[in-house]
Design a protein around this ligand. Structure first.
Ligand code: ACO
Length: 467
């Protein structure tokens, strides 16, 4: 049931009193980096003024605001800035959630290697871990499962909202607007510094996203909506809402259910990627979590981010046959054919550890459903790209999206639904990062600076006919 609580604006941020989420260990991010010990400093000589500055270095970083102290004698000089389009080398936060070493192909959630989590954990165990910093105990886990299970239903008006979309609406557009729309159903969620409100919003987003996703799938297919089945696990319930017809209880193929669980775990967080930065950036205005998370869904939709899994399949079907692969690779290299979708990563420069797991998973799925007809093309693309200097010299390797699309298609998901599956998986990461940002005393409203390149002041002279 929707909560018709206060629609009052959020309480002013009680930054110094904000309690960490239950179970959250004391984090390094609770305090600004200590003053650098003597010697841990960067000596900068400004050749414009011949002045020398000592900028403290802590945790391998300097504070960009320290650069502001470096000024010329020009009274209009507001101080030195760092210029970093697309944040290639700028840390925007201190985070204790996910660790990536892109050169070594390492990914860890709260210290646990992704390989071990994918092998042994459940998705909801990982969701708890990401938020709280430790694995749940049995009572914590049971309570968490109970809460998620009993918040899977959406308000009937949300169903009507989804029915208003055209039959050919992209499911990511439906998901994005529906997640944002939840803010209208739960106005008290705006009280983001109230721990109880934050907790229930997080539960609601984890519980209802699969329901909204499945409803959007059924809407496009023209099938009746299937309501959540509380007897099933998180993943089985999702598959039931997708595929159940007249049977009284849906029984998912266990290989598919486990594969989807692993894929959700692999996607659960990836530190400060485009969508997570969007969630943090929008959330930094202290808007409600549904609005902040919908910004993440929007960012994920893009073909350079989560939308790549969809584009991989479209690219493969355009290539059409293995014999066309060498020609296609040439068009990528010349720039005429666009990018090799599913290849390259901003952070991973040797291999994407998730892609390794997904490739193994694909083999297991293909044993059940037979080899995907496009797998041959994918393998040939991979083979040629991994031995071609264009790709190796740029450190372009298959990323997580290269094989996920083939798995999703083998499970009979339509191509434009792939990114929705990614969004369900990423939800716990967005939420953990959103909460970490809110409770981080160093964070403020996100507001980058710019290097102004426009015209200097000039007088207004209208080009319209005299009035
Ligand atoms: N195919 C061909 N060339 C590529 C590719 C690619 N997939 N990716 C990068 N390059 C080339 C660029 O043209 C550039 O070449 P240049 O130096 O000659 O100009 C060089 O490699 C560096 O590329 P950048 O764009 O600077 O790399 P960046 O780190 O900004 O981009 C990205 C990373 C967006 C992932 C990019 O590799 C890409 O577009 N890949 C395809 C889309 C994709 O698979 N996205 C999913 C990423 S994973 C995820 O979000 C879950």
């Amino acid at each position: 049931m929707p909560k018709t609580g206060s629609s009052a604006p959020p309480a002013p941020p009680k930054k110094n009193n904000a309690k960490p989420a239950p179970g959250t260990p004391a984090r390094a991010s609770a305090k600004p980096p200590a003053a650098a010990p003597s010697g841990s400093a960067l000596e900068i000589k400004d050749t414009r003024t011949s002045k020398t500055y000592n900028v403290p270095v802590a945790d391998g970083a300097i504070r960009a605001t320290e650069l502001k102290k470096i000024r010329t004698n020009d009274p209009d000089d507001t101080g030195l800035m760092s210029y970093d389009p697309a944040f290639l080398n700028t840390a925007s936060c201190r985070s204790a959630i996910t660790f990536i070493d892109g050169d070594k192909g390492i990914l860890r959630y709260r210290g646990y290697p992704i390989e071990q989590l994918a092998e042994n954990a459940t998705f909801l165990e990982v969701a708890w871990l990401l938020r709280h910093g430790e694995l749940p105990t049995q009572p914590e886990y049971d309570q968490f499962i109970h809460e998620i299970t009993f918040h899977t239903y959406v308000h009937e008006n949300m169903r009507k909202f989804l029915e208003g979309f055209r039959y050919d609406a992209h499911p990511m557009a439906m998901l994005n607007s529906s997640v944002a729309g939840l803010a209208a159903f739960y106005p008290s969620a705006r009280n983001i510094f109230d721990e109880t409100e934050r907790n229930i919003s997080i539960i609601r987003l984890l519980a209802k996203t699969p329901t909204i996703a499945a409803f959007s799938y059924r809407h496009v297919k023209g099938l009746p909506f299937v309501y959540p089945d509380n007897r099933l696990s998180y993943v089985e319930n999702f598959l039931s809402m997708i595929a159940r017809m007249s049977e009284s209880k849906y029984e998912a193929n266990p290989v598919f259910a486990r594969a989807l669980e692993i894929l959700f775990i692999l996607h659960a967080d990836h530190e400060q990627n485009c969508s997570t930065s969007a969630v943090r950036g929008v959330g930094s205005s202290h808007v409600d979590p549904f609005s902040a998370i919908s910004a993440g869904v929007a960012a994920l939709f893009g073909p350079l981010h989560g939308g790549a899994n969809e584009q991989v399949l479209r690219m493969i079907s355009e290539i059409g046959s293995v014999k066309n692969v060498p020609k296609f690779i040439e068009t990528v290299k010349s720039g005429e054919g666009g990018r090799l979708m599913g290849f390259g990563h901003r952070v991973y420069k040797s291999y994407d550890p998730r892609a390794k797991i997904v490739k193994k998973l694909a083999d297991e799925i293909f044993k059940v459903v037979g080899v995907d007809k496009d797998l041959e093309i994918a393998l040939e693309l991979e083979r040629i790209a991994l031995s071609d200097d264009y790709f190796t010299s740029r450190k372009l390797y298959p990323n997580v999206d290269f094989y996920t699309g083939l798995i999703y298609r083998s499970m009979a998901f339509p191509t434009d639904f792939f990114t929705v599956l990614f969004a369900i998986g990423r939800m716990p990461g967005w939420l953990a990062q959103w909460e970490e940002m809110l409770l981080d005393k160093e964070q403020k409203i996100s507001r980058p600076r710019q290097v102004y390149t426009g015209l200097p002041e000039r007088p207004f002279r209208s080009k319209l006919k005299a009035k």
